[in-house]
Design a protein around this ligand. Structure first.
Ligand code: AMP
Length: 225
């Protein structure tokens, strides 16, 4: 099963992605998480990407596109994948579609979590990252994924690991820039979503991201085989 998931930063895309990943037992490939791992490990790729990420800009396509296309060729992707955070613009969408075509691979679903921009922004500052696992979503404002308290500090509700915030989640200008890119229908992420809608060869599941996590999950699962 090959799936793309779209949603603005703060839409719950990562949370839903973690749930969908379990359903199909496919790797959850998050472009942003790959960049963050490279930054924390001090790799060349991380050094190149950091300045863009801190500002909320897209990392250039000539870095991002090969990174993701190569990741999809790895062994754990042979029975499917869930791609999250890529494609992020129209060029990436077109390039991915072409690469899949050439590899004889089919896209099964595109999931779009629809959320008004002002709601997405409010949600961003409350999320927390588990240092042990990206698929352990935590958010201080949502009961279903609230961190737990241990020895006077908040820790991951799944594994008890330490939690951290993302620098680009606490920076107003970086949040706005990421949303400018997401909601841009000309060349940005919405242009990528519309590209797949217009293709007509892949089922696009659009769900309202405003209800509870469980309700959004149910709306997505209803449409998936
Ligand atoms: P995310 O974790 O999806 O919010 O991504 C964090 C940051 O990583 C973004 O703001 C971009 O700077 C960078 N990034 C993630 N995915 C992409 C992509 N597909 N193309 C370019 N930059 C990306």
């Amino acid at each position: 099963m090959n799936i793309l998931i779209f949603g603005p930063n703060g839409s719950g895309k990562g949370t839903q992605g973690a749930i969908i990943q379990k359903k199909y037992n496919v790797p959850h490939i998050e472009s942003g998480a790959i960049f963050r791992k490279n930054i924390s490990e001090g790799t060349e790729l991380g050094k190149k990407a950091k300045e863009y990420i801190d500002r909320g800009d897209l990392v250039p396509d000539d870095i991002t596109i090969p990174m993701i296309l190569n990741r999809l060729k790895e062994d754990d992707c042979k029975d499917g994948w869930l791609l999250d955070g890529f494609p992020r613009n129209k060029v990436q969408a077109e390039t991915l579609a072409k690469a899949l075509d050439e590899a004889g691979m089919k896209l099964d679903y595109v999931i779009e979590i629809v959320l008004p921009r002002e709601v997405a922004k409010l949600r961003i500052t409350g999320r927390r990252l588990c240092v042990n696992d990206n698929n352990h979503p935590n958010h201080i404002a949502f009961d279903a994924i609230k961190p737990v308290e241990k020895d006077g500090k908040l820790v991951c509700r799944v594994c008890g690991g330490d939690l951290k915030t993302r620098a680009d989640d606490q920076d107003d200008a970086a949040i706005d820039k990421r949303h400018d890119i997401y909601y841009d229908e000309e060349t940005g992420t919405m242009a990528a979503v519309n590209f797949f809608k217009n293709l007509g060869t892949v089922k696009v599941i659009s769900v309202d991201g405003r209800p509870s996590i469980e309700e959004v999950t149910a709306a997505i699962m209803k449409e998936l085989d």
